[in-house]
Design a binder for this molecule. Structure first.
Ligand code: NAD
Ligand code: GDU
Length: 331
C-alpha cells in the first residue's frame, strides 16, 4: 500500500515507519521537524511540511496515490496544553481536519489515528475499557477527543473508516538501536530516569508518594513502542479489508509504579543514583492501566514486550548510545 505517515520523524512515528517498511509498504512521511528528527526517517519518501498546508496535503494525496493514512503528528505535552490551549486545538484538531478534507477530496478512505489514554481523565474503573467515560482533564486530551468525534462524523457523512488507537504510556526503543525516544524537552518518566542513570541529570524526582497505591507513587501501563507499531499495521490492514471503524486501547495490561520503574532502571543499568520525593504533578491520576482485550480479540494483537525490564533494556541501549545528535538549529 502507499501509506502517508504524518509525524513519522517523531518517536512513535519513526517506529511505525520502520515496521511499515519491513512489511514492504511504500511510505511517505510528512513532518515539520518541529519535534522530529530527519535521522529518524529510515526509509521511504520524506516531505518536510506542515499539516496546516492544505495545498501540500492535497498534492501528496494525489501525486503519491495515497491509499491509507497513519496520523501521528500532534503536540502532546499535557502541561503546555494547559497554558496554550489554542496551540493544541489548532494543531491536534484544526490541522487534523485539513488532513481529513484532503483525504475526502482524493477519495482516501482509511485512517489510523494516534489517540491517548488522556481522553479518559480520571477513570471510573481499572483496567480502563474503551467504553469508560471520556472526561479529559487536559486540553491535550480534549483536543484528541474532539478529533475522535470528527472522525465519527466523517465516517457518518463520507464513509471514512478509522481506527483510533488510545495509547497508554509508550516506552522503549527499536531493539536494533537505529531509532529511539529523543524528546526535547523530555517529560516522560523512563527516559528521564535513564538520563539520571547516565549522569545527565543530578537526581530523579518522584512526583508524589502519597497516592492510594501500594508504594504511594503513581501506577502506569508502559507499552513498548514496537508493540504499538505492530498494532498500527494490523489496524490499517483490517480497514483495507473492509473492517468498520473502531476505537482501541493499547497498553500492556500491567501497571508499574514510579518507584518500580526507578528500581528496574537501577537493575537494568547496574547504576545507582539519587531519588527525591517531590510534590504531586497537577493532573496526574493515581492509576492508569488499559484493558486491551478488544484489540487482542478483534485484530489478534499480542504485545511481545510484557516485562518492564525488557522495555527498559531497549530504551537503555538507545540512551547509552547517545541517541540522535542534538539538533543544531536554534528555533
Ligand atoms: N508518547 C506517548 O506516550 C504517547 C501517548 C499517547 C498518545 N501519543 C500520541 O502519539 C503521537 C506521537 O507521539 P510521539 O511521542 O511520537 O510525539 P513526537 O513529538 O515525538 O512526534 C510527533 C511528530 O509530529 C510532528 N508534527 C507535529 N505537528 C505537526 C504538523 N502540524 N505538521 C507536520 N508535522 C507535525 C513533530 O515534528 C514530531 O516529529 C502523538 O499524536 C501523541 O499525541 C503519544
Ligand atoms: O520526572 C518525573 C516524570 C514523571 N513522573 C511520574 O511518572 C508517571 C508517568 O509520567 P509520564 O510523564 O512518563 O507519562 P504520563 O502518564 O503523564 O503521560 C503519558 O500518557 C498519557 C496517557 O496516559 C498521555 O498520553 C501523555 O501524552 C503521555 O505522555 C507519572 O505518574 C508522573 O507523575 C515522575 O514521578 N517524575
Amino acid at each position: 500500500m502507499n501509506i502517508l505517515v504524518t509525524g513519522g520523524a517523531g518517536y512513535i512515528g519513526s517506529h511505525v515507519l520502520k515496521a511499515l517498511l519491513k512489511e514492504g509498504h511504500q511510505v511517505i512521511t510528512l513532518d515539520n521537524l518541529q519535534k522530529g528528527y530527519k535521522e529518524a526517517v529510515t526509509g521511504g519518501k520524506f516531505i518536510e511540511g506542515d499539516l496546516a498546508d492544505k495545498k501540500l496535503l492535497n498534492k501528496i494525496m494525489k501525486e503519491d496515490e495515497i491509499e491509507g493514512v497513519i496520523h501521528l503528528a500532534a503536540d502532546s505535552l499535557v502541561g503546555e496544553s494547559m497554558e496554550k490551549p489554542g496551540k493544541y486545538y489548532m494543531n491536534n484538531f484544526a490541522n487534523g481536519i485539513n488532513l481529513l478534507e484532503a483525504m475526502i477530496n482524493n477519495d482516501v478512505k482509511n485512517i489510523v489515528f494516534s489517540s491517548t489514554a488522556a481522553v479518559y481523565g480520571e477513570p471510573d474503573e481499572i483496567p480502563i475499557k474503551e467504553n469508560n467515560k471520556t472526561e479529559p482533564t487536559s486540553t491535550y486530551g480534549e483536543s484528541k477527543l474532539f478529533f475522535e468525534k470528527a472522525l465519527k462524523r466523517y465516517d457518518d457523512t463520507y464513509g471514512l473508516k478509522y481506527a483510533s488507537l488510545r495509547y497508554f504510556n509508550a516506552a522503549g526503543a527499536d531493539p536494533e538501536g537505529e531509532i529511539g525516544e529523543a524528546h526535547d524537552p523530555e517529560t516522560h518518566l523512563i527516559p528521564i530516569v535513564l538520563q539520571t542513570a547516565l549522569g545527565i541529570r543530578d537526581k530523579i524526582y518522584i512526583f508524589g508518594d502519597d497516592y492510594p497505591t501500594n508504594d504511594g507513587s503513581c501506577i502506569r501501563d508502559y507499552i513498548h513502542v514496537n508493540d504499538l507499531a505492530a498494532a498500527h499495521l494490523l489496524a490499517l490492514e483490517a480497514l483495507a479489508e473492509g473492517k468498520e471503524s473502531s476505537i482501541y486501547n493499547l497498553g500492556s495490561g500491567e501497571g508499574y509504579s514510579v518507584k518500580e520503574v526507578i528500581d528496574t532502571v537501577k537493575e537494568v543499568t547496574g547504576r545507582d543514583f539519587e531519588v527525591e520525593i517531590s510534590e504531586r504533578r497537577a493532573g496526574d491520576p493515581a492509576v492508569l492501566i488499559a484493558s486491551s482485550d478488544k484489540i487482542q480479540k478483534e485484530l489478534d494483537w499480542q504485545p511481545k514486550y510484557t516485562e518492564l525490564e525488557k522495555i527498559i533494556s531497549t530504551a537503555w541501549q538507545w540512551h547509552k548510545s547517545g541517541g540522535f545528535e542534538r539538533r543544531t538549529n536554534d528555533e
